[in-house]
Design a protein. Structure first.
Length: 151
């Protein structure tokens, strides 16, 4: 499968999560908030998970402080008759935008490095030529997707 197609397919999946980034976790954490909304006691949830009431409290505390595992969340969801869903949302809005930004940053570094060398040799480029060189280098980097893009 081509890199471009792979990125498009993954991007469409990630975009499904974009709306969810506006959903704030309840201050108590999801497990406790849902358990309380359902009127379920810690003992009842513990029985459904085959753990003690104290272990349920520990789990809820770990979720609240961010140290809970995905496995534990998945088990809690199952015990609450729910399903855990998790994903990532690119800060740039899409994978393409992320790649574009990183490629342009790398291209700008490369072109400006070359431009500075030329300036020292009294062969300075115009702003337009530098911009055009950055655009061309960005396109090349996006096509090649070198590992250095993420350094």
């Amino acid at each position: 499968m081509s890199k471009s197609l792979q990125i498009q397919q993954l991007n469409s999946k990630l975009l499904s999560f974009a709306i969810l980034q506006k959903v704030a976790m309840p201050p108590t954490g999801w497990v406790k908030a849902i358990r309380l909304a359902l009127g379920m006691s810690m003992l009842q949830l513990g029985n459904r998970l085959s753990i003690t009431k104290q272990s349920v409290q520990d789990m809820e505390n770990r979720e609240q402080d961010g140290s809970i595992t995905i496995k534990a969340l998945r088990e809690a969801a199952r015990a609450l008759d729910m399903q855990l869903v998790y994903g990532f949302v690119p800060n740039d809005g899409s994978l393409e935008a992320l790649i574009n930004r990183k490629a342009k940053e790398l291209a700008t570094q490369i072109v400006l490095r070359t431009s500075n060398t030329m300036k020292l040799e009294d062969q300075e480029n115009t702003k337009q030529r530098i911009e055009k060189a950055i655009q061309e280098r960005t396109a090349t980097i996006k096509n090649e997707m070198p590992k250095t893009l993420w350094d």
